[in-house]
Design a protein around this ligand. Sequence first.
Ligand code: NAP
Length: 284
Amino acid sequence: MANPQTVLITGASTGVGLDTAIAFAKAGFRTVATLRDLSRRGALDEAARAAGVSLFVEQLDVASAASITDGLDRVTRAHGPVQVLVNNAGAGFLGSIEQTSDEDLRRTMEVNFFGVWNMTKAVFPAMREAGAGRIISVTSVGGLIGQPFNEAYCAAKFAVEGMMEGFAPLARRMGVSVSLIEPGPINTEFVANVRASSAETLSRLTPPYDAYLAAYMGASGNVFAQYGQTGADIAAIILEAATAHQPHFRYVTSEFARQIVKPKVVDYSGDSVVEAFAARLGPA
Ligand SMILES: NC(=O)c1ccc[n+]([C@@H]2O[C@H](COP(=O)([O-])OP(=O)(O)OC[C@H]3O[C@@H](n4cnc5c(N)ncnc54)[C@H](OP(=O)(O)O)[C@@H]3O)[C@@H](O)[C@H]2O)c1
C-alpha cells in the first residue's frame, strides 16, 4: 500500500483484537493495536513476529474517558488521523438482574457501550473533515437477541446496535461507513474472562436461579466446541468491512449466528434500514 491507511483497534491483547491487528498489518494498514494494559502485549508481539509484520502498540483503556483522549492524542500525533476504527474491546458478565450489582452493570456498560460511544465520538470529527472513514464495531448475536443470565451484556450490545443504526445514515452522508460485526461463539479467552469476572456472583447463586442456570447451560450445549469460530475468522470479516467498496451495515458472521438472529432479522445485511432512514435526510 503506497499510502497506508491508519487503523486503530481496541482490546488487542488477545482474541479477535489480536487477530484483527495481525490481519490488518498483513493487508498493509498502518496498524495501531491498543491495549488497556501494556504488560499484556507479549502474545501480540509474538504473533506479529511470527507473521513477519510490524505494528504500533499503544495503551488505551476504553472504560476511561481520559485514557481515550490521551491515547488518541498520542496516536494522532505519531500516525496522523485514524481512518479506520475497530471497536473490539468487550467483556461479558454472567448473572441475571437480581445478581447483577450496580457496579457489575456499570462495568459492563462502560467497556461494551460507553467505550464504543466515546471512541466513536473521539475519532469522528477528523473523519468528517476528511470526508472518509470507517467505523466497525464488534457486537454479538447478543446485540440482537437477549439471552438469560446475559441481561447486562445484551443490554450493552443492544445499546451499541441502536447507536450505530441511528448514526449510520448520517455518517454515510459525511463519507464515513458504519458496520457492525455480529458473531456467535468464538473460541477466545472471552468465556474464561466472563467466568472469572462472574465467579463470586455464580458462587452465591441461590434457588431458583441455580437450577435455571444449570438447565440453561445444559440445554445450550457446548456451542463453542460445535459452532465456535476462531478470532482469525472474525478478523477476516472485519477486514472485509474495512476494505469492501460498499461495506454492509451488518455482518452476521456464521450460519449458526444467522440461525440465532433469524427471528429478529429479515435483512441480514442491515442495509435496508440504513437506506430507509438515509432517504429522510434530504437529497444525497
Ligand atoms: N468470544 C465470543 O464468544 C464472542 C461472541 C460474540 C461477540 N464477542 C465480542 O467480540 C469482542 C472480542 O472479544 P474476544 O472474544 O476476543 O474476547 P477476549 O479474548 O476476552 O478479548 C477481549 C479484549 O477486550 C479487552 N478489554 C477488556 N476491557 C477493556 C478495556 N476497558 N479497555 C480496553 N480493552 C479492554 C481485553 O483486554 P485484557 O486482556 O486487558 O482483558 C481483550 O483484549 C468483544 O467485543 C466481545 O464482546 C465475543
